[in-house]
Design a protein around this ligand. Structure first.
Ligand code: PAF
Length: 272
């Protein structure tokens, strides 16, 4: 991978990189299309990264439709599909991890200890191997995007991180590789997370609204989902991920819920 990129760079071509765990959907394809528009060469990686899954999480059953993914990349005119092997990414005796402290322990980090350490570590390794000018990440994983931006800045990595808008189904459900776990009944419930966030955003726009009003509206909506378990619903500062005290400036409404065994996350930007 490094050799191919080196050759392209010597020819003066710019490299856009889309790291993924495969099971590609329209959200990934929108990242690839943006990367194609902004670079001469596009590299996509597919690696289901074991270190970002907890011991009780879905690493084993995470979807791996390799042939379908390969075809989608071909159709999307990706120049290189990089599928490293776990034994090369994590050779025996592997001990080195990247920790983006503070940002990693909040929100999803509280419910998935070690998750963002695994994400930051693998993204750093992939960036180091591919050495793109630009790397593309979906805003759906908003905390991941904030953490990667921080890591890139802190470690002076020579790459521009580009966040891309969430792609949604017609009813608003954010696309995710994990949506395949939902049965039809759970699928119809899943959209209420986004509805709850949108309801919160509507309250935030009303004159005189406070953070507490927004939160109670979001909770009211999401609690309506039968059998839902809520990890969190919050209004946060989009840079620090700290709870917002006032409805002022750019903010993010963020949420994570569980329906059955499936964990769903989503977020909505507001400006007050
Ligand atoms: O968002 C993802 O698919 C993964 O977390 C990433 C960035 C590819 C790292 O494994």
């Amino acid at each position: 991978m490094a050799r191919v990129v080196q050759l392209w760079k010597r020819q003066g071509q710019s490299i856009g990189f889309v790291p993924t765990m495969g099971a590609l959907h329209a959200g990934h394809l929108s990242l690839i299309q943006k990367a194609r528009r902004e670079n001469q060469r596009v590299v996509v990686s597919i690696f289901v990264n074991p270190t970002q899954f907890g011991p009780k999480e879905d690493f084993r059953k995470y979807p791996r439709p390799w042939q379908r993914d390969q075809k989608l990349c071909q159709k999307a005119l990706v120049h290189a599909l990089y599928r490293p092997h776990a034994k090369h990414m994590y050779p025996q005796g592997f001990l080195t991890f990247v920790e983006v402290s503070r940002l990693s322990n909040k929100l999803c980090g509280q419910f998935r200890p070690g998750h963002f350490r695994g994400v930051a570590t693998i993204v750093l390794k992939l960036l180091e191997q591919v050495r793109p000018q630009r790397a593309y990440f979906g805003e759906k994983d908003f905390q991941q995007l904030v953490i990667i931006r921080c890591m890139v800045q802190d470690l002076n990595l020579p790459v521009t991180v580009i966040g891309c808008p969430t792609v949604r189904e017609a009813d608003g459900l954010a696309l995710s590789s994990r949506n395949v776990y939902l049965n039809p009944q759970q699928r119809s419930k899943a959209v209420h997370l986004y509805r709850g966030l949108k309801a919160g955003a509507l309250v935030a726009r009303k004159h005189g609204s406070k953070v507490t009003h927004v939160l109670s509206q979001m909770h009211k909506e999401v609690r309506k989902i039968p059998g839902v378990r809520m990890d969190y619903l919050k209004v946060v500062n989009p840079k620090t991920l700290e709870d917002a005290k006032h409805l002022q400036g750019p903010l993010r409404l963020v949420g994570a819920i569980r329906i059955g065994k499936t964990r769903l996350i989503d977020n909505v930007a507001i400006f007050c």
